[in-house]
Design a protein around this ligand. Structure first.
Ligand SMILES: Nc1ncnc2c1ncn2[C@@H]1O[C@H](COP(=O)(O)OP(=O)(O)OP(=O)(O)O)[C@@H](O)[C@H]1O
Ligand SMILES: [Mg+2]
Length: 351
């Protein structure tokens, strides 16, 4: 039994390009006596995918009665592929992680929890954005994910073309694990999952071009620093500590881990440094003194700033956002810190 060209084309319609998930492209069909020869095009030739397609096409034709089948594949031309096709063929490196991208990555770390790392990450990000920088913030604190609450962010990311568009607040593009958790119960993460999540935050999220990407890390453990290093070998680190000498000791341990991960520490921020009386302006060092300086000395990096204790809702903004406005004294401290970070990382020297 001999097949017509029409029948051959119809049979091969049901063979999908494994990468593009649509029919393979038939270039040419020749039928002579009982031999059928087909020329087709695929997204990727000389691949495992091609071998599968080959097998499937030959089987289909033979089942339909062909005695001998010849198949030749070429690769689809550039103009036959949409940008989305090209991504499927070569998912490649996400733009933020590609060589030549000059986003500055800043991991904000602390030795222990509750020292204000998330508050500092959020306010530093907002302060960088106010300086005209394009800023992203990743809430990698999988135990707490407090960043959306700090920004009083109600919007969730949008999904467009299988990609995640991060919501923006105070000029900062925000990604949080909270967006993927439908309730408030803690998600139990194992180390490798954090690495995977971080990786997805780079590959699946459309950040656009960024000058700074700040990462609010979970407190303590070294694995995470190593994950971050593997993904972001150029990441810098800022250490947050309270002024208490014990806190400083813990922060020092975290700093050593950063060193092990080969993250360059660029500075220390001392949070909850003092309480300033509104009436007298007198400072009380409620949690002790010297913690920030001790770490900064230890690692020979600058103490970028001291943030005093502040009541919530004293931030100059309405609502429950914990982002301090630029004209609030604490907003001013964050502005100075952001300025130092910019000077350090962009090497902008003013004369
Ligand atoms: N300077 C400050 N003055 C007063 N309260 C502060 C200050 N900084 C942070 N806080 C408060 O301390 C608590 C812990 O802050 P935050 O969540 O930023 O810390 P964290 O180090 O990220 O904690 P975790 O380890 O849980 O992630 C929050 O309730 C926050 O509002
Ligand atoms: Mg936190």
């Amino acid at each position: 039994m001999s097949l017509s060209e029409q029948q051959v084309r119809e049979l091969l319609q049901s063979v999908n390009d494994p990468l593009l998930k649509r029919s393979i492209v038939i270039r040419d069909v020749k039928i002579s006596d009982k031999h059928i020869s087909v020329k087709a095009a695929l997204a990727k030739t000389a691949s495992a995918e091609q071998m599968d397609v080959q097998q499937e096409a030959v089987n289909k034709l033979k089942e339909a009665g062909a005695d001998s089948v010849g198949l030749r594949f070429e690769e689809l031309a550039d103009d036959e592929l949409s940008p989305a096709d090209k991504e499927k063929i070569n998912p490649g490196t996400p733009p933020l992680l590609s060589e030549g991208n000059d986003t500055h990555f800043i991991a904000v770390a602390s030795g222990k929890g509750g020292v204000g790392k998330s508050t500092v990450s959020a306010n530093l990000s907002a302060a960088l954005a106010r300086q005209g920088k394009r800023v992203g913030l990743i809430d990698a604190d999988i135990y707490g994910f407090s960043i959306p609450a700090i920004f009083e962010l109600e919007r969730r990311p949008e999904v467009k073309n299988d990609k995640i568009i991060p919501p923006e607040k105070n000029g900062v593009k925000i990604m949080s694990m909270a967006f993927f958790s439908e309730d408030n119960s803690p998600v139990l993460w194992r180390g490798p999952m954090l690495g995977k999540m971080l990786n997805n935050f780079f590959t699946e999220v459309v950040w656009g071009e960024l000058d700074y990407l700040v990462l609010d890390l979970p407190p303590g453990t070294g694995d995470i620093a190593l994950d971050v290093h593997r993904l972001l070998p150029t990441s810098k680190e800022i250490m947050v500590t309270t002024p208490h000498p014990t806190a400083a000791y813990v922060a020092e341990r975290a700093g050593k881990m950063a060193e092990k991960a080969e993250h360059e520490m660029i500075g220390v921020i001392e949070n909850m440094a003092y309480y300033e009386s509104k009436e007298t302006g007198k400072r009380e060092y409620v949690f002790g003194r010297g913690g920030g300086d001790a770490i900064a000395d230890k690692f020979t990096v600058p103490l970028l700033g001291r943030i005093p204790l502040a009541q919530p809702n004293e931030n100059g903004e309405s609502g429950s956002s914990s982002i301090f406005t630029e004209d609030h004294p604490i907003g001013g401290i964050y502005k100075t810190i952001a300025g130092q970070v910019i000077n350090k990382l962009e090497r902008v020297y003013t004369h």
